[in-house]
Design a protein around this ligand. Structure first.
Ligand code: AMP
Ligand code: MG
Length: 308
């Protein structure tokens, strides 16, 4: 998954369960990777205008991604892959595409170019469209791992897939987990949230970027402009029951910016969030006001609670 993975599992069942969990991650990667031949997503993209056999999990995630695209008015869009490629984020060499190139790609970033058939277990992309699970796969993976662990009578685990955290149960002493929210402007955290049984998922420009002629360009693309999203936010952390929801949303809210994000939160009310702005101010939704602790000595910006 191109990221650091750390899993801490409290169990009396021995190492076995850790290896099974690791295998589950490899399985998900073998199904969802856009860059490795043979995966569902790779084959879907490679066989445009043809129906391609897909596993039920791929169809489930594709259908879910389409729903979120609709509910976020296109801020999250799994069809962003041609743009991700044009900016070079699939490789180690990035570049700034010309406005003409971006304009020619934008019509492909459209979920109506993706057809799904849940009965025959097939999917199809039309024209030059391509799918990318980069914004959703890690959230899906933490949900799958958490479910697998629960099915195997594990009550306590702390999962972290490159900034995508899941807390299963409470700590063994019955207390909550304190999950740090990374400071986008340097090492350490701006604060922490005390939670259990939650996904804590962060999207930030600092996670993957390149600089060219003094400009910074990051991996989260605004599907409406084709350029890296510059919405005034440095990072968004979503705290939710579902990792898949949190993963999609953290990406979407980063694209939307603070104002549109607050409107989305107000109309949905099924998650909490921590926003860090370019001015280094921190905004948290009221549901976590009592469990958020600002790091000692954080004085770069103010802390404000968003109320419904
Ligand atoms: P995340 O780290 O979850 O915010 O996801 C970022 C990754 O998702 C990028 O590396 C791209 O592969 C992909 N991506 C970028 N922009 C978007 C977007 N607006 N909607 C969906 N996926 C995106
Ligand atoms: Mg995401």
């Amino acid at each position: 998954m191109n990221t650091m993975i750390s899993m801490r599992i409290w169990t009396d069942k021995g190492q076995e369960i850790l290896y099974d969990t690791e295998n589950l991650i490899f399985e998900i990667e073998d199904t969802f990777s856009a860059t490795r031949a043979g995966t569902d997503i790779y084959e879907l993209n490679a066989n445009k205008n043809n129906w391609v056999a897909l596993s039920p999990s791929t169809l489930e995630v594709l259908a879910y991604a389409k729903e979120i695209t609709a509910s976020t008015k296109g801020a999250f869009n799994p069809m962003v892959y041609p743009l991700v490629k044009a900016w070079g984020f699939t490789t180690s060499s990035q570049q700034v595409p010309s406005p003409e190139e971006i304009a020619s790609i934008l019509p492909l970033v459209d979920t109506t170019l993706l057809s799904l058939n849940e009965e025959t277990l097939q999917g199809q992309v039309l024209g030059g469209a391509e799918v990318d699970f980069g914004g959703i796969a890690k959230g899906y993976a933490v949900d799958e791992i958490a479910t697998f662990l629960e099915e195997n009578q594990v009550d306590t685990a702390l999962l972290s897939l490159g900034g995508n955290v899941y807390t299963l149960g409470k700590k063994t002493d019955g207390s909550l987990w304190n999950i740090g929210i990374q400071n986008p402007y340097g090492g350490g955290s701006v604060g922490s949230v005390a939670v259990f049984d939650k996904a804590i998922i962060t999207s930030g420009g600092y996670q993957r970027y390149f600089t060219y002629e003094d400009e910074t360009y990051w991996h989260i693309i605004d599907p409406r402009t084709g350029n890296p999203a510059k919405s005034g936010l440095a990072s968004v952390t979503v705290i939710s029951d579902s990792g898949m929801y949190g993963d999609c949303l953290s990406t979407a809210l980063f694209v939307m910016g603070l104002e549109e994000s607050i409107a989305y939160w107000n109309s949905h009310q099924d998650f909490d969030a921590v926003f860090i702005t370019d001015e280094e101010d921190i905004y948290i939704t009221e549901g976590i006001a009592d469990v958020f602790t600002l790091s000692k000595g954080y004085s770069s910006g103010s802390l404000q609670v968003i109320e419904s």
